[in-house]
Design a binder for this molecule. Structure first.
Ligand code: NAP
Length: 287
């Protein structure tokens, strides 16, 4: 084995041990009775988060647009061990619903320990064809509603030494094709909540912010979009959900799931042309 290879392996090992050593330990008991609001919880990763919080014995409010589906998820949460499971139907494209949902949760739960912002509006997985109206609408759902809810919830989170958890994407760190409006909303989220994190730290706020960068996850909506278009591996929604919850509960700023999304985020700056080549060639596209 050459000197460089030995050095490279040693560096990886040291980095791994350092990360393990400095990562705070997750205590599942800390979530017993925790007051949690999860958005986009009728399906996908949000639904899986609701079930995990339920198993940990949390008090949950879930929201999305489809009331009947929310009702079923809430019922399942109760059977899994949630101390409370309430739901409220809301459209995050509306001007008033985001704040009303926070008011509902704070009132019904008597405060808030976790605000988990996870919902996304549907968006086509295709080349940008100039649909500005759709992008404006998506910004409202995927970005503006997040900042409205965060602002509304901050006083309650400040009081409870709570956590703001933002579910983002690798497409909010590294740009790629076929998801121009979606990617824009995720870059906006990372910029906003990354900056807010600094301000809260400078104000010595009690509130922690966690920004979760996810790769491809095997939810129905995502799998439907990428079918036949890419061979990038998809990771389980239930595991992604658990990782998000642990990141929030341990008050860490960043989650990268799966782990190699972190590597991609770093390498894109070291070697932009190789990264761009790899990204463009990970899709089947014949013009
Ligand atoms: N899956 C992936 O590959 C992947 C990769 C990277 C990041 N992520 C991130 O992970 C999070 C969850 O993704 P997912 O794949 O689980 O999404 P999903 O399965 O498509 O679920 C989206 C959720 O948002 C709700 N929603 C949609 N439009 C809404 C609106 N106008 N108002 C309120 N709620 C609305 C949906 O419920 P209703 O239809 O009932 O409203 C649903 O509960 C997102 O932030 C996404 O960006 C996912």
């Amino acid at each position: 084995m050459g000197l460089f290879t030995k050095f490279f392996i040693a560096t990886i090992c040291v980095a791994y041990i350092a990360v393990k050593w400095t990562t705070p330990r997750f205590d599942p008991e800390s979530l017993k009775g925790a007051r949690v609001l999860v958005t986009g919880a009728s399906t996908g990763i949000g639904e899986q988060m609701a079930y995990h919080y339920a198993r940990f014995g949390a008090k949950i409010v879930i929201t999305a647009r489809r009331e009947k589906v929310l009702q079923q998820v809430a019922e399942k949460c109760l059977t899994l061990g949630a101390q409370k499971a309430l739901y409220v139907a809301a459209d995050m494209a509306s001007d008033s619903d985001p704040e009303k949902v926070v008011e509902f949760a704070v009132e019904k739960l008597g405060g808030l320990d976790y605000l988990v912002l996870n919902h996304i509006g549907p968006s086509p997985f295709s080349m940008w064809e100039g649909d500005v109206e759709h992008t404006r609408w998506l910004m409202k759902v995927n970005f503006f509603s997040y900042i409205q809810m965060a602002w509304k919830a901050l006083p309650s989170l400040e009081q409870s030494k709570g956590s703001l958890v933002v579910v983002s994407s690798l497409l909010g760190k590294v740009s790629g094709p076929f998801a121009v409006p979606y990617s824009s909303t995720k870059f906006a989220l990372n910029g906003f909540f990354g900056s807010l994190w600094h301000e809260l730290a400078m104000k010595k706020s009690n509130v922690s912010i966690s920004i979760c960068t996810l790769g491809l996850i095997d939810t129905e909506s995502a799998m439907e979009k990428v079918k036949g278009v890419t061979n990038v591996p998809a990771y389980p929604a239930t595991e992604a959900a658990l990782n998000i919850i642990i990141t929030g509960a341990t008050r860490q700023l960043n989650l990268y799931y799966p782990w190699f999304t972190y590597l991609i985020d770093i390498v894109k700056d070291w070697s932009p042309s190789i990264t761009s080549y790899a990204i463009q060639n990970s899709y089947n596209y014949n013009p």
